[in-house]
Design a binder for this molecule. Structure first.
Ligand code: NAD
Length: 497
């Protein structure tokens, strides 16, 4: 029997009554492993109503008790770490090592949420006027919602609901319909951690469910992570409906390689960051810009990339797994073909790769292009596959200009032995997350995930202090306590006296 994916509405795990069904498949062979009955409009509305009712009592739960739920949750996630990574590998095709990283980086955000009391601290100033003190509190917003992508089914939901809930909100999660079983397990463990009924809701589905969340006035804030077009739609529709929205979108991350960098370090890092997870990371390095003589390392880079073999999730020798779906594979193959047609030099072509015994899977071998220009489709579009595009620049200034002209600004790296070059790069580059001799600079949760430009729509970013600001409202109180009647008559001005 095929597993049925479950919604979690008003504290009950239910299969749901929706007639629209979506199959969850194993990307290594495209066999169906589970079925989703997409949530009906009534089910989504019922989740919203239940979250709205739960907010009334959850916001009154003392902050230290809310933090204790997160502490228990962190403990449970660690206890079930390998089980979660196994579910995740099976539905995404990610290697077990990579899946463990996905879970672990989510656990780190839960650890951050355990510290919510200090993150919620407001400000105080005594004696702003005679006998008057001013102080601020941070209070939760109400019901928040999260819409998440397929590529990090543990980490990205965990970017959102633990912090939102620790801040005193209730939350509705609508995960990707392509890998819903990892989020379902995350929610089951959250229930075990002792979260009261209604605090967290899980609804599965696609645009239909999202559109209800975007329009219902009970939803106060929307967190989204996914592709550019959908991110823009979510941001525009959510803000049109007067909601707070943070929308993390697609990317095209450049790596600048200076000739004084450590060659072996560059090659190792570029291989992992370009084709790791089959290139399906929003922080993948997809463009390598070789400055001056660094371009001579290209043959060695090609040799190293050619050695990476895609494989099954439980094969310890596999460098990465299949891409998520046949549609994703077709999209990447089309872009590889366009790269060739538009005149890029394809040094390594993974289009024909297939894993023996698993030919029906969504396999693509490592692919390397040289002589890529900014006009080509493989440069302009986010490929989201195991494809690295190489370009050249004469100077660091030229490389910086190239990167700054990109409409995206999620992440970038520079490899160099020069502090001056690194300092110039970090200062002048118009990208929100910069690695210096670090290929994928995803900040730990005490900082925030700070994509810029076309990679992010909104003001406050994920996790860190910014997420706490996103999920709360500031209330500022100005108070005077009289020791005795000061008897000065009415104050007719706005000036505090
Ligand atoms: P996607 O945009 O297709 O889907 C993301 C979510 O939006 C899913 O839950 C999906 O059901 C929903 N959705 C899809 N189409 C919709 C529509 N028309 N209306 C309303 N909702 C819709 O993204 P994906 O393919 O799952 O994920 C890959 C993308 O996510 C890549 O572009 C990647 O760069 C991006 N991403 C960005 C970050 C970041 O932090 N910037 C992190 C991870 C992934």
């Amino acid at each position: 029997m095929t597993t049925q994916v479950k919604h979690y509405i008003n504290g009950e795990f239910v299969v749901g009554n929706g007639s629209q069904q979506i199959a969850v498949t194993n990307p290594a062979n495209n066999e169906t492993i589970a079925l989703i009955n997409c949530a009906t409009a009534d089910e989504v509305h019922s989740a919203i109503a239940s979250a709205k009712a739960a907010f009334k009592s959850w916001k009154e739960v003392p902050v230290s008790e809310r933090a204790r739920v997160m502490l228990r949750y962190q403990h449970l996630l660690k206890e079930h770490h390998d089980e979660l990574a196994t579910i995740l590998s099976q539905e995404t095709g990610k290697t077990f090592e990579d899946a463990k990283g996905d879970v672990w980086r989510g656990i780190e955000v839960v650890e951050h949420a355990c510290n919510v009391a200090s993150l919620l601290m407001g400000e105080t100033v005594e004696n702003v006027a005679r006998s008057i003190d001013t102080y601020s509190y941070t209070q939760p917003l109400g019901v928040c919602a999260g819409i998440t992508p397929f590529n990090f089914p543990a980490m990205i939901p965990l970017w959102m609901f633990p912090l939102a809930i620790a801040c005193g909100n209730t939350f509705i999660l609508k995960p990707s319909e392509q890998d819903p079983m990892t989020p379902q397990r995350l929610v089951e463990l959250f229930e075990q951690a002792g979260a009261p009924k209604g605090v967290l809701q899980l609804v599965h589905g696609d645009k239909t469910a999202v559109d209800i969340l975007l329009r219902d006035p009970a939803i106060k804030a929307i967190s989204f992570v996914g592709s550019v077009g959908v991110g823009q739609y979510i941001y525009k529709t959510g803000t049109d409906n007067l909601k707070r929205v943070q929308a993390f979108a697609g990317a095209k991350n450049h790596c600048v390689i200076m000739p004084d960098a450590n060659k072996q370090q560059v090659i190792n890092n570029l291989v992992g960051a370009s084709v790791g997870a089959a290139g399906q990371r929003c922080m993948a390095l997809s463009v390598a810009v070789f400055v001056g003589a660094a371009k001579e390392w290209l043959p060695e880079l090609k040799e190293a990339l050619a050695k990476v073999r895609p494989g099954l999730w439980n094969d310890p020798q596999a460098g990465y797994g299949p891409v998520i779906s046949p549609a994703a594979k077709q999209r990447v193959l089309k872009l590889i073909q366009q790269g060739k047609d538009e005149g890029a030099d394809c040094l390594l072509d993974g289009s024909d790769f297939s894993l023996e015994g698993h030919e029906s899977g969504n396999w693509i071998g490592p692919t390397l292009f040289d002589k890529v220009t900014t006009e080509m489709s493989i440069y302009k579009e986010e490929i989201f596959g195991p494809v690295l595009c190489c370009m050249e620049a004469e100077t660091l200034e030229e490389a910086i200009e190239l990167v700054n002209n990109s409409p995206y600004g999620n992440g970038t790296s520079i490899f160099t032995a020069s502090g001056a070059a690194a300092r110039k790069y970090q200062h002048e580059i118009e990208v929100g997350q910069v690695g210096i001799n670090v290929p994928i600079p995803v900040p730990l949760p005490f900082f925030s995930f700070t994509g810029w430009k076309g990679s992010f729509y909104g003001d406050q970013h994920a996790y860190g202090k910014q997420a706490v600001r996103f999920y709360t409202e500031t209330k500022t109180i100005t108070a005077r306590w009289f020791e005795s009647d000061i008897g000065t008559g009415p104050n007719m001005s706005i000036h505090l006296k």
